[in-house]
Design a protein around this ligand. Structure first.
Ligand code: ADP
Ligand code: MG
Ligand code: MG
Length: 883
């Protein structure tokens, strides 16, 4: 097997650039070289090597040595410099690169190949002593940090002291001699902390760095990231070794990062930052405040330092040309890293840029309109889950705000929460159910779990492309970065802004769209759903086969659902209507009655209320199907709590409190979720379902009589296990329908069907379909009853099940395709065999989960039903599943 692929200088071994083999960075370096863009020559050690390295217990095959030597020889021949040469040394960077960009992997080592001897050669060959020693100290510092894993604080402190002693404030003020002295100190530090001298042999340096990249694949933070993002552990990372180009060779040199379109808004404008006389890491780490790329951006921000467009017009024009080439080539918005060495542009990386949901939408729609991609590709490009960001509220523009300061609008959306200062606390408070805002000087990959747990992120340092900004945008968390007036006292857990002081636990609001930071909580408003969102949804609807309905039981929810494009109600839970303060007493009377007569008296009070509920829903859903589930939960859920409530019910029912209490005790169940609930209530108290069915049909006729479009009620019987149960229940419903239709001299179409939420029902679906006209898979209960895991208690152990790989994902979030999925498939098949036109849908939480929706598409269900806010997500996911 070949493990090393070369690129640059007219060579590209990678051919089409296989990301799985070369990693994302390596594949695109190869790709850029292949289309003739200026890429410093280098080579990639494949991800397969990484996997094999771990399989073989941290060993390389013998052939690797020779392959790496060939790779170095390639770089030497293109650059005309020799690795380790005392006169004119070749320096390289060693860069990790997994298939997808992954925080937690080893940071890049720059300027590798410098030692006490080659530094002199670099000084002589470049004619710039200061540059040579600056590069050497950078190298020792980085290598010690990321490869030797020594305490980097000690190195930073030494630099600070050197600056203080000389009365400097900026790194750029240090002279060649200052750097030289610092190098000596750094080497002494390495000796002290590592008990060995800093490695002088350039090959030792190289292999040290290669080992560190492969080693970082199994670092804890990389594992955490993989777990959060479901990235398999056997993908491995590649290693890229590449000739250095220098952005720190004076004022005609620079380094920068850029996006071909605005990653926050999606606007088709170049977007980025650069720093003159600096090396790559300086921009990302936020050590100096970077300058804008374009004149327009600088002017908009009212910033003084010249933009690249002004400071280096020719190189900027060249860069803009490259942006266009890259967008056309990769047919997507690109995130680019570049360096300018004495006026010459070099490309160091390109990849599809992370973007906000808003930008993803706009870019997809724009690119389709520009003809760069098709409408279907546009549909495929937007992550349905990310739409969540757009469907949620933003700050009410009219609400008063106590603005403390303003930072950079790094990731949009608004969030309020308790202030916490570290990732672990963020995680802990989140688990306790608190909304938190993570406040940090800057973030690093170690903070990922805390960023994930936080509702929003606020940093004091770092630009729009800082770690915090990039990661927050990827996660869809609102983020304000670089809020320079923050002063964070981590030791005492105090945040100071101007003369204001906030403690851990105080409430803070951030607006990632404006960069504002506010004290206290600020009210929010609903999102706007026209524009790009509407266009993309239209395109999605063109390719979608699955219908999308909503789970809704109030007219308000039904309205929201329709605005979001729901094509019906897939689940209207009638019990939710029973909890209403005005009727709960009548509900309790009904439950606690000890005779049919008593129950009927109470039900008579409830009938007009239920009828009114359904009429309102039918009005909103004009002509669309509405699936109404008859009463499902165990009755004890409605029992009175406390003396006052018992007394109230006793008054209404005309019985004594004692009688009621005795009756309540009788209703006690040991395992209510498997107890007296669902159609079992209808079997024992048929009058309940009778009343509900009557309310449904009377309501339907009222709406029809008002000239509204005739609703199509689908009456759904819950928790059916046998055909006989459904038969009995259907008889009740049909009888109610006939009575109402006869009374009113009018009728509506309706269906009677059942939920499939017990394994027995799935198995006997063939028989059940003889009676039921539709099936709705109640996947919450079906998951709980199939796996035998209580969904109310699973939280305590399910995360461990996921961590240990027993389940790939929480089966209550994403359908357990292998187990529960098989039951669904089987039930669908058997149901269809009996009744070929049987309507099949799903109404569990899974109806809004993209992976589960893909399963529903594959199974050929007719519709999915999701909570109103997830309807657009379901529409897009259903379209993608159909592509
Ligand atoms: P990351 O994946 O964290 O972005 P990179 O490998 O891209 O890490 O390296 C970070 C930065 O280091 C790059 O953006 C670039 O500025 C700098 N860099 C990497 N390789 C080179 C090189 N060969 N010459 C000059 N700078 C480099
Ligand atoms: Mg990079
Ligand atoms: Mg259920």
């Amino acid at each position: 097997t070949r493990y090393v692929y070369r690129f640059g200088g007219g060579v590209n071994d990678g051919g089409k650039g296989d990301k799985n083999l070369l990693g994302g960075k390596g594949a695109n370096l190869d790709g850029m070289a292949a289309i003739g863009l200026p890429v410093p020559p280098g080579f990639t050690i494949t991800t397969e090597m990484c996997t094999r390295y771990y399989e073989d217990g941290g060993q390389y095959p013998e052939s690797l040595n020779g392959e790496v030597a060939n790779g170095i020889a390639h770089i030497e021949s293109v650059t005309g410099k020799k690795f380790g040469d005392a006169a004119d040394p070749l320096l390289v960077s060693v860069r990790s690169g997994a298939r997808i960009s992954m925080p937690g992997m080893m940071d890049t080592v720059l300027n590798l190949g410098l030692n006490d001897e080659t530094v002199l050669g670099l000084a002589a060959a470049s004619g710039d002593e200061r540059f040579a020693w600056d590069s050497y100290r950078r190298f020792i510092q980085m290598y010690s940090d990321v490869v030797l894993e020594l305490d980097h604080g000690a190195f930073e402190e030494a630099l600070e002291i050197a600056k203080e002693d000389n009365g400097y404030t900026l790194d750029t003020e240090l002279t060649a001699d200052d750097w030289k002295a610092l190098v000596a100190e750094y080497k002494a530090l390495v000796q002290k902390l590592w008990n060995k001298p800093f490695p002088q042999d350039v090959h030792d340096q190289l292999w040290g760095a290669i080992n560190a990249v492969f080693g970082s694949w199994q670092a804890d933070r990389a594992k955490v990231y993989r777990r959060l993002n479901s990235i398999p552990g056997d993908w491995g990372t590649a290693v890229n070794v590449q000739a250095m180009v220098f952005g720190n060779m004076g004022d005609t040199s620079a380094t920068g990062v850029a996006f071909t379109r605005d990653p926050a808004t999606g606007e088709n404008v170049y977007y980025g930052e650069f720093l003159i006389n600096a090396q790559g890491e300086d921009v990302v780490a936020g050590i100096r405040t970077p300058q804008y790329l374009t004149l327009a951006a600088r002017e908009r921000a009212g910033a003084k330092p010249l933009s690249m467009e002004e400071a280096m017009p020719e190189t900027y024009a060249e860069l803009a040309r490259v942006f266009d080439i890259l967008e056309k080539h990769y047919r997507d918005m690109q995130d680019i890293e570049f360096t300018v060495q004495q006026g010459k542009l070099w490309m160091l990386q390109t990849r599809s840029g992370k973007r906000t949901a808003k930008a993803a939408l706009k870019i997809a729609v724009d690119m389709a309109n520009e003809g760069l991609i098709t409408q279907e590709e546009a549909v495929a490009r937007v992550d349905p889950a990310a739409l969540d960001q757009l469907l949620h509220p933003t700050l009410d523009p009219t609400a008063p705000r106590d603005v403390l300061t303003k930072g950079l609008p790094a990731s949009p959306g608004a969030a309020s929460g308790l202030i916490v200062f570290d990732a672990d606390t963020a995680e802990r408070r989140n688990e306790l159910g608190d909304a938190v805002i993570l406040v940090r000087v800057e973030t690093s990959p170690e903070d990922i779990h805390g960023m994930h747990a936080a509702k929003g992120i606020l940093t004091a340092r770092g630009g729009m492309t800082s770690h915090a900004a990039v990661v927050a945008r990827g996660m869809g968390r609102p983020c304000v970065s670089g809020a320079g007036s923050l002063s964070i006292d981590n030791a005492n857990k105090i945040l100071r802004i101007g003369n204001r002081e906030l403690k851990e636990g105080d409430i803070l609001t951030i607006d990632g769209a404006t960069g504002e930071v506010m004290a206290g909580e600020v009210p929010t408003v609903q999102p706007e759903l026209a524009g790009d969102f509407g266009v993309l949804m239209e395109w999605a609807d063109k390719v979608r086969r699955l219908k999308v309905r909503a789970n809704a039981e109030t007219p308000q929810d039904c309205k929201v659902a329709r605005e979001f494009g729901a094509e019906g109600v897939g689940l209207c839970r009638t019990e939710h209507m029973f909890f209403d303060a005005a009727r709960i007493t009548a509900v309790r009377e009904m439950i606690l009655a000890d005779s049919e007569k008593g129950r009927r008296a109470a039900l008579d009070k409830l009938l007009p209320e239920q009828r009114d509920d359904f009429a309102q829903i039918f009005m909103v859903m004009a002509g669309l199907p509405v699936t109404i589930r008859l009463l499902d939960p165990p009755l004890h859920e409605f029992l009175p709590h406390g003396e006052a409530e018992f007394e109230e019910v006793a008054r209404g029912a005309g019985v004594s409190v004692d009688t009621l209490k005795r009756r309540a005790a009788e209703l006690h169940e040991f395992n209510p979720m498997l107890g007296h609930r669902g159609c079992r209530l209808g079997v024992t108290y048929p009058e309940i379902y009778e009343m509900q069915a009557r309310a449904i049909f009377e309501a339907a006729l009222i709406v029809k009589a008002r000239g509204g479009e005739a609703p199509i009620p689908e009456v759904m019987i819950p928790l059916v296990a046998t055909r006989k149960e459904l038969e009995l229940m259907k008889a009740i419903v049909d009888k109610a329908a006939q009575e109402v239709f006869a009374e009113q001299g009018a009728s509506v179409e309706y269906l009677v069907g059942t939920m499939i939420e017990l394994p027995r029902a799935a198995l006997k679906a063939g028989e059940i379909a003889e009676v039921g006209e539709f099936f709705s898979f109640g996947t919450n209960d079906l998951t709980q009853t199939t796996i035998g895991i209580s969904r109310d208690d699973a939280g305590r152990f399910l995360t461990q099940y996921v961590d240990k790989g027993i389940f790939a994902r929480d089966p209550f979030v994403s359908i357990d395709v292998e187990g529960v999925g098989e039951l669904i498939q089987l039930a669908a098949e058997r149901g269809r065999k009996t009744r070929p036109d049987i309507k099949l849908g799903i109404c569990g939480e899974h109806g809004g989960d993209p992976a589960s929706i893909a399963f529903c598409e594959a199974t050929g269900l007719d519709y999915v039903s999701a909570s109103p806010y997830r309807v657009p997500i379901a529409r897009l996911a259903a379209a993608q599943a159909a592509l």
